[in-house]
Write a protein that binds this ligand. Structure first.
Ligand SMILES: *Cc1c(COP(=O)(O)O)cnc(C)c1O
Length: 426
């Protein structure tokens, strides 16, 4: 029997089918990507996409909120419990909007924000020059230490004393080491700044208790819901009770209209999934896999920024391998290994074609891969770099990757029925 989508839009149906095949037949090493569960996917594809719910529970601007209020309250309570926060706002459309809401909740246009420089691992929305955050606010940056690739908290404090920012942003998008959020909180306190912490990448590690939580040390914590946390694409803000009203007003009506209720519903499901021993085991395995992958890459002579990893991601500095990030990432993609080229601190190359490659283990861990597979993947990566201009070897690696993938299925599909579905539905 044809699905509704297949019947009404065979073109898009076919493209979704192709994407499903691509996702299951390749190794996903982009550290910000993951695979959601079927339960999250179902909630995300539910009738809640039909409902406008501008406002907050018991304070909406449209009627018919009997169910949406209950869902949003549930999502908020689950988020508060999981992160041990006084208040949670689960409405931001994405991590970027969540960050903008956090800043506008606390300070005024023209005030100074200080975040991690993008080539050093910071996110665009931490005040990088092409982001609107650097036009609304006066933006200054701190760096990692050039010798170690890690934060030097004394240097960051010196920068804070010099620039006197109103907000210090902790958190990163490409930093392979544990972040001392308590130290950031202390620096912020010492210079009279607010501390906004952005844990978009590591939220899953934080709720599992294997990375320090910024919640006790930050005025507002911002996160995405779709990276290690493994929910639908969205954003979330957590804060102390004193900032709750400001945060809520900054999200709505400050920046957004109606929340994406289907996403918010799926966030509630993901929060329940994250509150389980299975999730803690998954988060621990992410780090074990990253360490195993990093160790093997070091054996193969790859240079890793900071020398290794404490979390889910690895930043390879490719300069000793005589290949730039983009060319390498594209060759890996042809070998069914999906990564992203990335700047490294002190990168001499242009940001559009940098010397680094960023990889991570959340998605392979969700598929059930463990240390032996992580080491095997390091071998694939090495084979590609050593045969960067040899298309037949790259194709061979692709076949080996496909074989590995076949042993570690992605969460059950929607459109392509698996074998069980085929037999049960006839
Ligand atoms: C991914 C990321 C974001 C942005 O999230 P989007 O949902 O893509 O807008 C913000 N901050 C950090 C640190 C991130 O890694």
């Amino acid at each position: 029997m044809k699905t509704a989508l297949e019947q009404y839009d065979p073109q898009i149906h076919e493209l979704i089918r192709q994407e499903e095949a691509r996702e299951s037949g390749s190794i996903r090493l982009i550290p910000s990507e993951n695979y959601v569960s079927k339960a999250v996917m179902q909630a995300s594809g539910s009738c809640l996409t039909n409902k406008y719910a501008e406002g907050y529970p018991n304070k909406r601007y449209y009627e018919g909120q009997q169910v949406t209020d209950l869902i949003e309250k549930t999502a908020r309570e689950r988020a508060k419990k999981l992160f041990k926060a006084d208040h949670a706002n689960v409405q931001p459309y994405s991590g970027s909007v969540a960050n903008l809401a956090a800043y506008t909740a606390l300070i005024n246009p023209g005030d100074t924000i200080m975040g991690l420089s993008l080539p050093h691992g910071g996110h665009l929305t931490h005040g990088w020059k092409v982001s609107v955050t650097s036009r609304i606010f006066n933006s200054v940056q701190y760096m990692v230490s050039p010798d170690t690739g890690r934060f030097d908290y004394n240097q960051i404090e010196e920068a804070a004393k010099k620039y006197k920012p109103k907000i210090i942003i902790s958190g990163a998008t490409a930093y392979p080491r544990e972040i001392d959020f308590e130290a950031f909180g202390q620096i912020a306190q010492n210079v009279g700044a607010y501390h906004v912490s952005d844990i978009a990448h590591i939220a899953g590690l934080v709720v599992a208790g294997i990375h320090q939580s910024p919640v006790p040390y930050a005025d507002i914590v911002s996160t995405t819901t779709h990276k290690t946390l493994r929910g639908p694409r969205g954003g979330m803000l957590l804060c102390k009770a004193e900032h709750a009203d400001k945060v809520d007003r900054a999200v709505f009506p400050g920046l957004q209209g109606g929340p994406h209720m289907h996403t918010l519903t799926a966030i509630a499901v993901a929060m329940a999934e994250a509150d389980t021993p299975e999730f803690i085991a998954y988060a621990k395995q992410i780090v074990k896999n990253a360490k195993a992958l990093a160790e093997k890459l070091l054996e193969y002579g790859f240079n890793l920024v900071s020398g290794g990893t404490d979390n889910h991601l690895i930043l390879i500095d490719l300069r000793n391998k005589n290949v730039l990030g983009k060319k390498f990432a594209k060759a890996l993609d042809r070998a069914r290994i999906v990564s992203n080229y990335n700047t490294t601190p002190l990168d001499p190359a242009h940001p559009a074609n940098p010397s680094g490659l960023r990889i991570g283990t959340p998605a392979i861990t969700t598929r059930g891969m463990k240390e032996p597979e992580a080491r095997q993947i390091a071998g694939f990566i090495n084979k590609v770099v050593e045969n960067i201009d040899n298309e037949s070897v790259i194709e061979e690696v692709g076949k080996e990757v496909l074989l590995l993938c076949s042993h570690f299925p992605v969460p059950e599909h929607f459109i392509v029925p698996n074998n069980n579905n085929v037999s049960s539905e006839g």
